[in-house]
Design a protein. Sequence first.
Length: 500
Amino acid sequence: MQLEGIIAVPWLIFIGVVVGVVILNLILVKCYTHSQKGEAFTTIASVFSLSLTLLTVFMIPVDIFSVTHSSSAGPFQAVKIIYYALYGGVLLFAFIIMPVAYFFYESYDPEGTTSQRCCDTFKYSIAFIIIVIVLFITGLVIKPGVKINDRDIHTWIEHLFDTSNRGENAISFVIACLTLLGYLVWISYTAYGLSAFPIGLIKGKRSASDEKVNYEQKTQGFRSLWKKLSSKEQKTKRDENKIRFLKDEERTAEIRSKRLEKATTGCMRIFVIFRPFAFIFGFLFLLVSLLIVISISLTNIDKVMQDYCGSKCGFFLQYGPKLFNPFDQLLVVVSRFFPMDYIIMALVVCYIFISTISGVTAIGIRFLWMKLFPFKIRGTAPQGLLCASWLLMLSVLALNNQIITLAPTYATFGSQKQKIDNGTTVPCSFKYLAPNGTCRMTVIGALVSKVNITMPFFGIAFYWMTWAFILFWLVGLFVAICKKKASNIEEYSDDELGDF
């Protein structure tokens, strides 16, 4: 009874986290929703899609606690069911609900009927439904396994993972495909955000008063120039075009000057008080980013050094990490004092999530070099909000997979130990799983490892895309350091400034 009470603690915390995640995502979506173009369907789809995806990560400490503190199969199966329910919800939102919400908004016609709008929505959304059906059929047809001649490895992997359940294989395959897309977001928006966000806090913004004086001088300069041209008795067409251009520039400078006044008055003055602390937080966040990148790098190097069956098994650590991984070791130690590991994990996940949002805000929602929508506070159109939510969903799916690289021992076995022949204990690894030992793998460890090992194409892709993430982080760090301080109104375009 006492053990059951202990196991119930993380579940109670998780219920609180569910409520907190939904509320925080609602606040986030409301903050970024355009003040004049908000729509209920878009808001609901964005909030629940982000919440479901984040819960797949916040479930990990509960998973680890359950495996570490219970030897029965009940908690393991319960966690597994919840994971698949969450993944099923993510797929539902990613391939059906969010495309429907996007095209439902796009299909709006003041003169059209609701039935016509629904027909147009279904017509445009059918492609996503076909894609997910094709992926599921492919997942059902593909038989997971490793193409290697070593029979012992084949037997070991077949014993380790249940590859006969076609339903689980299909879901794993579709999630892996979506995660592969998520890595593109991970190596672009997240990598840049993890470097630029802390550097931006350290550098701070330009002086609002200096910027205001600069715009006032520009306003006076433009005004004097167009007045001088207007005083000419005979004006050419070129002069008239130049006068029009100078008047537009004068208006833009005036609007920016007024916006700067708003940025330094009223409630905005409160933020000025906290600016000295921004440097401290920026420095601390930069250390966290360095810790994340170093831990990921060490695990990737470790995978090559061990080389149990290399790329043919999707690069995995059969004997556990040999190089010291600071973040992994920190979580393994504090996991003995639950919920300390949950708190640290939650803080790091929230930091990565905020950094990704910062990256999306800085880069904008793009397709290759083309900017599709801005992602601004109180200035994001419903279509842009749905696209941003989809990008954030994908990045969190990539994070869900990267946890195994970021903290391999913690995410796969928690703080479990295995007693060996000489009487000493060692951290658990794949080597000491039953029947060779008493170690039990977490659900998230089994799900991710199963995809990486039995579908090595994904394991290889995830491995090399992790190196790409590290490279892009270094490039982003260099760019962030070289960039000038951000303007107080840099996040507003000229069209948006016109609203003021």
